[in-house]
Design a protein around this ligand. Structure first.
Ligand code: PRP
Length: 208
């Protein structure tokens, strides 16, 4: 499995902001969104282009555009924060939400929302989820993409645990992962450490 860790100096600085437990929701959302931009730029840098004719004020010349239909697939809830920054980079992308939550006892993902249009898949899916912990959610999302008929699936995260990478690699070795950090491990509750806590709760300020 191809794993790319974004090590841009600004990304590492934003990463520290999201790790800091004192960071307030507004700043947390902003930093996580910025990290979405960095990861997406890296993930799309070699995207296939096609030529087309464009008129400058002076003459006709050859322009470039992304050749394939891109789909952004945020995993609810935390993946939502990555949609806008990635959509800013690729405004013609489709957005297809997947609702998954981790069962607290087993840490296995439970699906609760999926409205993918049967028979009309995108060419390339960018699965968006800031956290790759056990890898269960990512694997379920990738499986949904394959069932939908997507040719190529890229996984965009912010923090990944070695256990999650190993699981995705075992089940879907052809999937490329882009992340900003590979953390130490999972703790006894299957949370990434050092990590950043629960991304969904910190994005939506639902820590109870
Ligand atoms: C978190 C996180 C990922 C998933 C990662 O979501 O945002 O989606 O867990 O864990 P995994 O790799 O072990 O599957 P959570 O289930 O807490 O839902 P939420 O985003 O609604 O908070």
């Amino acid at each position: 499995m191809n794993v790319t860790v974004v090590d841009h100096a600004l990304a590492l600085s934003h990463l520290t902001v999201v790790r800091d437990k004192k960071t307030a929701p507004k700043e947390f959302r902003h930093a996580l969104s910025q990290l979405g931009t960095f990861v997406a730029i890296e993930a799309t840098s070699k995207m296939e282009l096609e030529d087309f004719q464009v008129e400058t004020p002076m003459m006709t010349t050859v322009g470039k555009r992304i050749a394939k239909q891109i789909g952004l697939v945020p995993i609810l809830r935390a993946g939502i924060i990555m949609v806008e920054p990635v959509l800013d980079l690729m405004p013609s992308s489709e957005v297809w939400h997947l609702g998954l939550y981790r069962d607290e006892a087993t840490a296995e993902p439970i699906p609760y929302y999926n409205k993918l249009p049967a028979g009309r898949p995108v060419d390339v899916a960018l699965v968006l989820d800031p956290m790759l912990a056990t890898g269960g959610s990512a694997c379920m999302a990738i499986e949904s993409m394959h069932e939908w008929g997507v040719e190529e699936v890229l996984l965009l995260s912010v923090i990944a645990a070695p256990e999650g990478i190993a699981r995705v690699n075992a089940e879907f070795p052809e999937t490329a992962l882009y992340t900003c950090a590979i953390d130490d491990r999972l703790d006894e509750n299957k949370f990434i450490v050092p990590g950043l806590g629960d991304a969904g709760d910190r994005v939506f300020n639902t820590i109870v």
